[in-house]
Ligand binder design. Structure first.
Ligand code: ADP
Ligand code: MG
Length: 311
C-alpha cells in the first residue's frame, strides 16, 4: 500500500510544487519507486511542470483530470464513467514508475458542495451539518485514491496554499506531510499556522476516528545568501525552538535559476539539469526523506507491536 505524503504550507510560492515534482521524480528514477504525483492546486503548477500545456489541454478535453473524480464524489449519480486509472498519465517524462494525475484550473464549486451536504444533513440523515461536512472532508480524497493505493509506493499530494476543502481532505488522507518553508523570518508564522490548523483538523475529525497524519519534516527552500546571514539564523533559532531536530530536514534547497528554468522544458530539474546545485539538493533530500520515513515507520511499529507483527 502506498504511503500518502502531502506537501503543504498556508503560504504560496514557498516551493511546495517544486519539492513535490522533484521528490517524486527522484524517488522513481534513483530509487525505483512507483510514484504518483497528484495535483490538487487549481494553479496546476505540478501538472505544467511535468507535461506541456498542449498535452494538458488534451487531457482536459477528454475529461481526464482530477475535476471529474471530484464531480463524481459530489454528484454520485452523474453519468461519467471515467475511472481514476483512465486519468493517470503513466511514465511521465519517460521515467518508469513516475505517474501524474493532472489537476484542473476548476475543481469544484464550494456552493454546490455545501448545498449537497446540507441536503444530505437535513433531509436524508437528519444529522448535524458539521458532522456531514467533516465526514465528507475525511473521505473525499481517500475514496478517490483507494482503488490505486496498492499500485504505488508513494502518492504525493501537491496541495494548494491556504486551507481549502481539498487541502483538508488531502491532509486527512495522508500518512505524512512535508512542510516546505522559505528561510525567512515570516515563514515561521506560516509553519505555526499550518500546525495549528492540523491540530484543529485532528480535533474536528476525532468523532470519525483518530487521524494518522504526522509531520515528516520541514524543508527550507530557496535558501540564498540568507544561509550565512542574520535573518537565516533567526529563523533557524525560532524553528528549532518549536520543533525537534528530527522534524527539520538537514538538506536545504538553494536558490538556483536552473530549478525555475526547468519548468520551460516540462520536466523537473533533477532530470533537466542533474548536475545543478538545485538538483543535487533534491537528490540529497530524497535520500533523507527515505531515511526519515523508515525511522518514522519503525518507531510506529515499536509503539504498536500489533503492526510489527503484521509487517
Ligand atoms: P508553491 O508550490 O509553494 O506555490 P513553487 O514550487 O511553485 O511554490 O515555487 C514558486 C516559484 O519559485 C516557481 O516559479 C518556482 O519555479 C520557483 N522556485 C522554486 N524553488 C526554487 C529554487 N530552489 N530556486 C529558484 N527558483 C525556485
Ligand atoms: Mg504549488
Amino acid at each position: 500500500m502506498a504511503y500518502v505524503i502531502a506537501t503543504a504550507n498556508m503560504k504560496g510560492g514557498v516551493g511546495k510544487t517544486t519539492l513535490s515534482v522533484n521528490l517524486g521524480t527522484s524517488l522513481a528514477k534513483e530509487h525505483g519507486k512507483r510514484v504518483l504525483i497528484f495535483d490538487l492546486d487549481t494553479q496546476i503548477s505540478a501538472t505544467l511542470s511535468l507535461m506541456s500545456p498542449t498535452d494538458f489541454a488534451n487531457y482536459r478535453r477528454r475529461k481526464r483530470t482530477l475535476k471529474y473524480f471530484i464531480n463524481q464524489a459530489i454528484q454520485p449519480t452523474s453519468q461519467s464513467k471515467v475511472t481514476i486509472r483512465d486519468a493517470i498519465h503513466s511514465s511521465i517524462c519517460n521515467i518508469n514508475g513516475l505517474d501524474l494525475l493532472p489537476g484542473d484550473i476548476e475543481l469544484y464549486d464550494e456552493f454546490v458542495v455545501a448545498e449537497m451536504l446540507h441536503e444530505k444533513a437535513f433531509e436524508v440523515d437528519k444529522l448535524d451539518f458539521e458532522i456531514v461536512w467533516n465526514r465528507f472532508e475525511r473521505i473525499l480524497l481517500r475514496q478517490i485514491l483507494q482503488p490505486i493505493m496498492p499500485e504505488y509506493d508513494f502518492i504525493i499530494l501537491d496541495c494548494a496554499p491556504g486551507y481549502n476543502l481539498m487541502t483538508r481532505s488531502a491532509l486527512a488522507a495522508s500518512n505524512f506531510y512535508i512542510l516546505p518553508a522559505k528561510a525567512e523570518p515570516l515563514s515561521v508564522v506560516g509553519i505555526q499556522l499550518l500546525e495549528r490548523r492540523i491540530a484543529q483538523l485532528k480535533k474536528s475529525q476525532e468523532a470519525e476516528g483518530e487521524l494518522d497524519i504526522k509531520l515528516l519534516g520541514i524543508v527550507f527552500t530557496m535558501a540564498g545568501n540568507l544561509i550565512t546571514g542574520r535573518y537565516y539564523r533567526q529563523v533557524m533559532q525560532r524553528v528549532h525552538g518549536d520543533f525537534n531536530e528530527e522534524q527539520i530536514f538537514k538538506a536545504q534547497i538553494p536558490i538556483d535559476v536552473n530549478v525555475a528554468k526547468a519548468v520551460d522544458s516540462f520536466m523537473p530539474v533533477v532530470l533537466s539539469n542533474p548536475q545543478s546545485a538545485g538538483a543535487k539538493a533534491f537528490t540529497q533530500l530524497t535520500q533523507e526523506f527515505l531515511q526519515k520515513l523508515n525511522t518514522a515507520v519503525e518507531t510506529e511499529q515499536l509503539a504498536s507491536p500489533s503492526l510489527a507483527m503484521l509487517s
